[in-house]
Design a protein around this ligand. Structure first.
Ligand code: SAH
Ligand code: SF4
Ligand code: F3S
Length: 491
């Protein structure tokens, strides 16, 4: 196997973009944003409504689903009461996530009594986890489709319409939907997500994702770059590359056998245009090596922000979680980030109350947090998931009350750190990509700085999609506030 030389790769993308014109043109032709999609009247007289739960990958998948249905003649509606087909793209990560979906089905139950022809489909991770059991457990459900089977959705809808059972939960080793140009639902026209891989091979003992999403596979690098280019041409100024573990991205060119690593992919996407910001998520501490950090440091437009979930600060617990790194390794990775990209923001995911977690283990999580001082964290109490290694092998023995109390401590500490991190920006000028009007006031705009901090500032004459230099005057643990100094000079 040969490594693809990055300079020839970048030249090749440019060539490939012209060489791949049919693909690019097809994609342009298929490109629909929400407004177009809404305008796209249904050809078959049926409208679908889609609601998404869970991680960003699921939201991105909903855009693929929408593209497939629009292509096959359905119209899209934002009002479920007028839909012929109601789709819920679901999440199984914690018990609560599944409960939320089951509660939501009750709402649709009432609707179905009034409109008996309405079909209800469950997509995504719950569909994959529960399979046809869902049809038995939830009478209202007509269609069950796993994350690798969305291309068969139009046929399944037809089957369900004929009163047949409509289930497809086959997982694939190849499917990446790379030829589907997703419609952008809820688009702000400035920032967007690009799926670069699917599945996960990591088998963390607490996690249901490897079961619901199947084996890891990487998408064609050139189709990723083409999607980034097309978004840029349509006015987008930021893309976030998505995968459960982006650092293990590896794509092999089918003809030349050359490989593209994640560090190289970052450089390829960064080369699309200096005005296109590039972000990515999620990084796995075991795989995030210095090549990725050097690629980030080399490209001004790759943002200095890394989501590097630690899960626990105790090496004993990390081993039980099957994370395949220990505390020392994690600290080494944080040191590497600080050395190579000194102003890089770091965020984390933390689980409290994993099987056998003692007060000492919890104290180690707190001490690791104090050492890193994360800019932000997503924090959860452990929720046992059926079928996972932890569910089969370990007892879920930390009382709910203890899990919750530890979670509160972790949250309180994180809030302190987030505030302290944000205070470091007060008095400094940040370059902000303007995304939208601020939620609180129409007189303000908001957008993110390089480190992914939300910045709010008075609108004046600035516009969405512009890069603006903002002098930060104050902050909370969640946002920075300031005043525009002028348009930023980029590139
Ligand atoms: N691939 C990403 C995480 C995807 S799931 C990674 O490896 O970091 C997002 C987060 O949900 C995880 O990082 C973990 O903190 C949390 N999570 C996953 N399974 C969980 C469970 N059973 N209980 C509580 N939190 C869980
Ligand atoms: Fe789950 Fe671990 Fe894979 Fe993340 S890396 S999706 S936590 S198994
Ligand atoms: Fe949930 Fe599936 Fe994402 S379980 S977090 S929607 S991969």
């Amino acid at each position: 196997m040969q490594q693809l030389d990055i300079h020839t790769a970048v030249d090749r993308i440019r060539e490939d973009q012209s060489h791949n014109q049919p693909l690019a043109e097809d994609r342009q032709g298929e490109a629909l944003n929400l407004t177009d999609a809404q305008k796209a009247a249904s050809v078959n007289g049926k409208n679908f409504y889609i609601e998404s739960y869970g991680c960003q990958m699921n939201f991105s998948d909903s855009e693929i689903v929408a593209s497939i249905l629009l292509e096959s003649g359905f119209g899209l509606t934002k009002n479920y009461e007028e839909a012929d087909l109601i789709l819920l793209n679901t999440c199984s990560i914690r018990e609560k996530a599944e409960q939320r979906v089951r509660n939501r089905l009750n709402t649709f139950n009432k609707l179905k009594q009034n409109r008996p022809g309405t079909l209800v489909g469950i997509l995504g991770c719950m569909a994959e986890r529960l399979k046809s059991k869902l049809l038995d457990e939830e009478q209202i459900v007509d269609i069950v489709v796993g994350p690798d089977a969305y291309r068969t959705l139009p046929d399944l809808v037809a089957d369900a319409g004929d009163g047949q059972k409509a289930v497809n939960v086959l997982l694939s080793r190849e499917e990446t939907y790379s030829d589907i140009n997703p419609v952008r639902l809820d688009a702000n026209g400035v920032t967007s997500f690009i799926s670069i891989m699917r599945g996960c091979d990591n088998m963390c003992s607490f996690c249901v994702v490897p079961f619901t999403r199947g084996r890891e596979r990487s998408r064609n690098a050139f189709s990723i770059v083409a999607e980034a280019q097309e978004l840029f041409d349509r006015g987008y100024r930021e893309v976030t590359l998505l995968g459960q573990n982006v650092d293990s991205y590896k794509w092999k060119h089918p003809e030349t056998d050359e490989t593209v690593t994640f560090a190289q992919l970052l450089s390829m996407v960064a080369a699309v245009n200096p005005l296109l910001r590039v972000r990515f998520s999620t990084s796995h501490p075991k795989d995030m090596l210095d090549d990725v950090l050097h690629a980030m440091a080399e490209h001004e437009n790759v943002c200095n922000y890394i989501h590097l979930p630690v899960q626990s600060g105790s090496s004993r617990i990390l081993k039980k979680m099957n994370r395949t790194y220990d505390r020392e390794w994690y600290e080494g990775r944080v040191n590497a980030i600080r050395r190579i990209i000194p102003d890089c923001a770091i965020s984390s995911d933390i689980i409290t109350g994993f099987c056998s977690e003692s007060d000492e283990d919890h104290a180690e999580t707190m001490s690791l947090m104090r050492w890193v001082r994360y800019d932000m964290s997503y924090m959860f109490a452990y929720s046992e998931r059926p079928g996972t290694l932890a569910a089969r092998r370990y007892e879920d023995d930390v009382p709910e009350k203890v899990k919750k109390a530890r979670l509160q401590e972790v949250i309180a500490l994180q809030n302190e750190h987030a505030l302290a991190r944000n205070q470091q920006f007060v008095g400094k000028v940040c370059t902000v990509l303007v995304e939208k009007p601020s939620k609180r006031s129409d007189e303000d705009l908001c957008g993110r700085n390089d480190q992914n901090k939300m910045v709010i500032f008075p609108k004046e004459n600035y516009q969405i999609g512009q890069y603006v230099d903002v002098l930060i005057e104050s902050c909370s643990s969640a946002t920075l506030k300031g005043k525009a100094r002028g348009l930023a000079e980029i590139g």
